[in-house]
Design a protein around this ligand. Sequence first.
Ligand SMILES: NC(=O)c1ccc[n+]([C@@H]2O[C@H](COP(=O)([O-])OP(=O)(O)OC[C@H]3O[C@@H](n4cnc5c(N)ncnc54)[C@H](O)[C@@H]3O)[C@@H](O)[C@H]2O)c1
Length: 322
Amino acid sequence: MKLEEIRNISVLGAGIMGHGIAQSFLMGGYPVSLYDVKGSILDTAKAHMKNNLELFRQFGLIGEQDIPLAFQRLSTHTDLKAAVEGSDFIVEAAPEDLPIKQALFQRVESFCRKDTIIATNTSSLTLREIGAQVKDKERLVITHWFNPPHIVPTVEVVKGEQTSDETMATAYGLLAKIKKVPVKIYRELPGFVVNRIQVAMVREVFDLYEQGIASAEDIDRAVKGSFGFRLASIGPLLTADLGGLELWLRVCENLLPHIQSSKESPKALQGLVSQGHYGIKTGKGFYDYALDFSKEELDAAIQKRDREFLNRLKQLYWTDGK
Ligand SMILES: NC(=O)c1ccc[n+]([C@@H]2O[C@H](COP(=O)([O-])OP(=O)(O)OC[C@H]3O[C@@H](n4cnc5c(N)ncnc54)[C@H](O)[C@@H]3O)[C@@H](O)[C@H]2O)c1
């Protein structure tokens, strides 16, 4: 299916990722059918979308009228057939559970047209596994969004073994059209591109913490104020070019023998998790949180994060505004 033929979008799963993905397509002007297994989940998703759209309006990223117009284009469903029939592009954002995704893909194929593109937001499964029972596999593709999906620009568009070039081009073009920043990943590999890079970095971060080289606060401050500060504007390869490749070669030769390269899970992480410390939700992770840390405080922390991200989105990516 070609980009010009895409009229209707469906999003399956209205959780953390699904409602933000739906919002992105609504802001891009597309009608969206949002599906989940329970009406109450869809109600919560709509409430989140309303708040998030309001935040976009406050930052001047959308106009006042865009909010009611977005809701006019949204339909919500607990009936899968009603959610996908007539759809041209479907994004699956159901739990990261292979049997759930396989069953969903098989049912979806029975309800939609042969040429409807079916994309999955999987973080760790392959299209070969998820689409095992699907007959027309050339229309399957991975579109991997990042949380919060309505704000973070990049979406990895990953080609499976049988994904057609046309499906890749349409998924890429569609995401670009709704102001996301799609990147093409030419073949499936665990972690695609972004999570591989992220995990390589955090392995070293956890190790430095474990060795007591610096406090959690100072490691976070060091990263945010140095390469974190740079990376929002210039990627690592351009950074290397600007710094001089002969210098980077010397730095790699000198430091790589000392950098953590274990294939095992980081000890710092294993230690905390084995003691039941899962981070903010249990009151302790690398930082301590007040035991009475309430849902309101968590919501306020997320709002603060989103406001900072929206400032950056406006400045770096959404230059034509609204
Ligand atoms: N959370 C993240 O940061 C993140 C980032 C990138 C990718 N992902 C991927 O996105 C997908 C969704 O993750 P999430 O964090 O939004 O999960 P989530 O648990 O917040 O949401 C999943 C939603 O799917 C619904 N659901 C359950 N069974 C379903 C079914 N049979 N059909 C349709 N929906 C069903 C649930 O009710 C829930 O609302 C996963 O594949 C995950 O790996 C998540």
